[in-house]
Design a protein around this ligand. Sequence first.
Ligand code: TRP
Length: 381
Amino acid sequence: MQKKDDFVVTPWEVAGDVDYDRLVEKFGTQHITPEQEKHIEKKAGAKHFLLSRKIFFSQRDLQAWIAQAEKGDKVALYTGRGPSGSTHLGHLVPWLFTKYLQDAFGCNLYFQMTDDEKFLFKDGLTRRQSHELAMENALDLIALGFDHKKTKIIIDTDAIKPLYPLALEVSKRVTLSTAKAVFGFTDQNNIGEIFFTSVQSAPAFLPSEELRNETGNAKANVPVLIPCAIDQDPHWRITRDVADKLGYPKPSAIHCKFMPSLKGAGKMSASDPDSSIYTTDSPEKAEKKVMRAFTGGRATIEEQRKLGGNPDICSVCQYLKFFFEPDDKKLAQRFEDYRNGNILDGENKAYLAEKVKDFLKEHQRKREQARKVVDKFLYAP
Ligand code: TRP
């Protein structure tokens, strides 16, 4: 009998202890190959720890996109955010990697803020609130150092115009039974939710569409690569299915894992504010969260000295791995010391807390500066 998975990953729900290899199988994606990794590193002129640590681990047609870029053809990046609340550190992971890719390949980034999606899917969230959150979340993106000349933020309810014709084309070619099979929709879903995937598909075709309008060449293509967390992949399955029929290149994708919760296994939960650190948390508040985090330690200090801890289940160690210890050697050393019982939880937490506080102070400063330039980033066709 087939083993039933004890985790769920859909664009709207992530629960349980995710088995990423199983997910690659289930979604029909591929692992990133060592050749692809080397290729990207060479182009970038530097490694990225998110790649070397296999936090970015899966892909669709990555090679095709890289090959186009190498040929000197125009390519683009596309990613996004569903503004349902404040940005937390886990959200920044794919954005940081997108920045690395953009710097490496020198291409434009289209960033979609799906305030429409979050309005449709989140009980109690008004349109006004999700729009406000989109504007606030945009500051976090800009704070990471993106260049407005190469980066356009599309807030759906403000800038739907260029997307709408593309969304229509997509929606005409996706049946309700496909949407049910891919997303698990039932008769209880509202009809906006069912249509929404076509809005998320649209930016994958927008760069080609723009170039066609610009050049008058109806066959011009701009292949798109989508860096994102793996939960978004079902959308790309649909997008890729219809791309051929619409005469656009299939988008490529590169997927990352979820930053673990500070409370232990499972993704960060938006409903428990202590399970993650928000970019707007005061450094003191963030420090308290770190000091209360779930660790891989033992019941007593003596035991931990003698038997050591487990960094793989320790959220403090995982925060260092996903975000705060970019140096591979230092991370390996720390994990070993933790395993051997040379580093105890108190010290490990204090080490992380310092890094978190430093990051937040700097990010919050840049985030406030971003308010002055946010308009320059907004997509206005
Ligand atoms: N649906 C995504 C979310 O809830 C937002 C999004 C839109 C997105 N387009 C994207 C994410 C492209 C990654 C890549 O977060």
